[in-house]
Design a protein around this ligand. Structure first.
Ligand code: SF4
Ligand code: MG
Length: 330
């Protein structure tokens, strides 16, 4: 296995205001991303900024644990080495408007990384910017314009062109399409997949929407209250989820059926506060299969079939329904 990024027991806690309490945003996450794959991380919706994405790029420091990129612990890198590593690990955010300086032309925005990371002359940079814009489905003339002159989808294309300018090996998309219309979402996802194969990229996609990642990911890690509860090949995960939380997420994906507008059953109960996660299995207050043991004893991530890890005491005895079952039942 050729591992590009690996985290070991990664933890990030925040103190919450003056209460002195701790938000466990990321709470002991170990995962490894293989070169050339699309690795999806499913996070809870409405939990604010993606702490995990920021940890992967070391935009924030972990409370504990490590991030290893290309075999090197990011915390051991000098500032200069860190800048070089960061060029190779590029980020595409949810809201490209906030990540694109509104006073810079698109040409300046996309050309800026070329100044830092290449020895290209001014005119060579202009040519390269034009090529990058065309590569992401825009036109070279768009270099003269400003971000506000573009639609949300086009701005995301600009952000991707800017990311590509520093010749990354890894593209981390943090909710890269969740601010866009559904029809535009598919275009941006297709673009990312095309670029992945053309440039030999590794993709890490962090999203709350399973429908978004379903067709593009090779492996999926599902997070709940800061922990991974299931990690599995995408096909296996969607066909037969191994964890009750994954099952609930899959059931909530709208199933398109002719003549019927149907949405799966949404998961009951509120997401407990990350200030005070439940005892035992953190999912137990919302889990339809919870038993007494679940309230007391924390389940560990354990191997459950080929390439699959699940953190559930009842994983072996439960036979959970996936997309296949949902469609068959229709
Ligand atoms: Fe549900 Fe218990 Fe499994 Fe947690 S350990 S997911 S509460 S069955
Ligand atoms: Mg696929």
């Amino acid at each position: 296995r050729d591992i590009v990024i690996e985290t070991q027991d990664l933890v990030r806690h925040f103190s919450s205001g003056g209460s002195g309490r701790t938000v466990r945003a990321v709470d002991g996450v170990s995962l490894s991303v293989e070169r050339g794959e699309t690795f999806a991380i499913v996070r809870e919706s409405g939990c604010g900024k993606s702490t995990l994405a920021r940890l992967l790029l070391r935009l924030i420091e972990p409370t504990a644990g490590t991030v290893v990129y290309e075999g090197r612990d990011l915390s051991s890198l000098s500032p200069r080495q860190m800048r070089a590593a960061r060029a190779r690990l590029q980020f595409v955010f949810q809201d490209p408007f906030s990540s694109l300086n509104p006073r810079m032309t698109v040409g300046t925005l996309v050309g800026e990384p070329l100044i830092v990371h290449t020895g290209l002359s001014r005119s060579e940079r202009r040519t390269r910017v034009g090529e990058l814009l065309e590569r992401v489905g825009l036109r070279a003339e768009h270099a003269e314009r400003y971000p506000h002159e573009f639609s949300g989808g086009q701005r995301q294309r600009v952000a991707i062109a800017r990311a590509l300018a520093s010749e990354p090996t890894v593209l981390v998309g943090d909710e890269p399409v969740s601010a866009l219309d559904v029809s535009v979402q598919a275009q941006i996802i297709n673009l990312m997949e095309e670029l992945k194969s053309d440039f030999g990229l590794t993709l890490v996609v962090i999203a709350h929407d399973l429908a978004v990642i379903r067709h593009m990911s090779d492996r999926v890690a599902v997070m709940y209250l800061g922990e991974i509860v299931e990690l599995a090949p995408a096909d296996a995960l969607f066909d037969a989820p191994g964890h009750p939380y994954t099952e609930a997420l899959i059931a909530a994906i709208p199933v398109p059926r002719p003549g019927r507008e149907e949405h799966g059953e949404a998961l009951g109960g509120d997401i407990p506060s990350p200030l005070a996660p439940p005892s035992g299995c953190r999912f137990h207050p919302r889990c339809p299969y919870a038993v007494d043991r679940c309230t007391r004893e924390k389940p560990m991530l354990e191997t459950a079939g080929r390439g699959r890890l699940v953190a559930c005491h009842r994983q072996k005895e439960l036979s959970l329904a996936g997309v296949g079952a949902a469609v068959a039942a229709g």
